[in-house]
Structures are given as C-alpha cells and as structure tokens.
Design a protein around this ligand. Structure first.
Ligand SMILES: [Cu+2]
Length: 209
C-alpha cells in the first residue's frame, strides 16, 4: 500500500479488513482501503521531500523555488512553511488525486488543478492543465474540454485555521511523463464558455510525480 505505518489508523485497518472479508478481497478494495488513510493527512507533521513513486504521498512545505517540492509564488496567501500533502492513486482504469493544505490564508477560496509540467521558478512553467482529451485550441477555455471530468480540479476553501482538503476521481490515467504538478490559484475554477478552467493568478505549485 505504500503509506507510512504511522499514518495508518487502527480504525482504517479494521474497516479495510471488514471490506475485504465482505467482498472477497479484490484488488480494488485493497487500494480503496489505502486511500482511506488520507483522512489523516492534514494533521501530519510534514518534512520536505522530493518526488515519490506513484501511490506514495508527497509531503512538503511551501518554500522558494528549488528549496522544496512545493513552491510559493505569493507568500501572503501561501505562506512559506505552510504544509501540503498530495496522494495520487491508480484504481483500476481510473485515478484519484487527493490534496490537503495546512496554514494557508484562513476562510479563503483557492483553485487547484493538475498541470502538465513540473513546477518552475516562474509560475507559468507548470504549463497548461493536464487534459485526458486534449483541446485542439490553446489556451483551453472550452467547457467541453476544460471540465472536472477531463481535467483534475481540486478547488479548496480553507477553514479558520487555513486548512483544506479536496479530492478528485476520474476514469482515466495520466499519460507517461505528464501531469507532474498541482498549481494552486487565486480563486475557485470558472466553468462558463470562454473562461472554463481559469482560476486567476498562480499562487503556488507542488510537484506530484
Ligand atoms: Cu490550474
């Protein structure tokens, strides 16, 4: 399963065992059980790390470029030292991505999506959103392509401590070498014709694979 033993709750293990017993233990249930551990991600005390194999959580603190797997471009609303954790899991032919943040600006909306390229010194270096079916037109603002079934959207609304979590499940998998980062944006993602997928300035970026 790949998650660190310290993060696995007894309750989760018990629930997983029960599911396996009841369903006859398919591969899918076992993977589902490990994704359940992500309820524990917010309170974890992260350490800065590099990239992880698929299925391992990425745990990092936002910092300046090259000092972390997670980069802040706006320290006012994504403070240096605030925490981020990401888990990407394949489930059958689909993919689930979970994102948790801790210590951002409180009671605020943020947009977040999986982008094609790795994070860079400049926010634009992460490239466009990862799309399962690529829009022939760029930038893609057509809701037929820029939507949460064809892209991975992880919009966040922080609580009064600046914490938030989001999860997205899609019925496809990333192409090799693409979908390398999650970019956090200034506002929730728009869906209308001509603006679909836009979410304002790029505030931060985390490398996910
Ligand atoms: Cu984005």
């Amino acid at each position: 399963m790949g998650l660190k033993p310290g993060k696995t709750t007894l309750a989760a293990v018990g629930a997983a065992a029960l599911v396996l017993a009841l369903t006859g233990c398919g591969e899918k249930e076992r993977r589902g059980a490990s994704s359940g551990d992500m309820t524990e991600i917010a309170p974890a005390s992260p350490t800065t790390t590099g990239s992880f194999p698929a299925g391992e959580p990425v745990v990092a603190q936002f910092n300046e470029f090259e000092d972390s797997a997670a980069i802040t471009y706006n320290q006012t609303v994504v403070p240096k030292g605030s925490n981020v954790e990401v888990l990407v899991q394949s489930q059958g032919s689909g993919t689930t991505v979970r994102l948790a943040v801790e210590g951002l600006e409180a009671n605020r909306d943020y947009g977040a999506h999986v982008h094609v390229n790795a994070c860079g010194a400049e926010p634009e270096q992460a490239g466009p959103h990862y799309q399962n079916r690529k829009d022939p037109k760029t930038p893609s603002v057509n809701p037929e392509y820029a939507n949460p079934e064809n892209e991975i959207w992880l919009d966040l609304s922080t609580d009064d401590r600046g914490n938030a979590e989001a999860e997205s499940t899609v019925d496809w998998q990333f192409r090799e070498g693409e979908g390398q980062s999650i970019v956090i944006h200034d506002m929730h993602t728009k869906t209308g014709e001509g603006e679909a997928g836009t979410a304002g300035d790029r505030l931060a970026c985390v490398n996910i694979r």
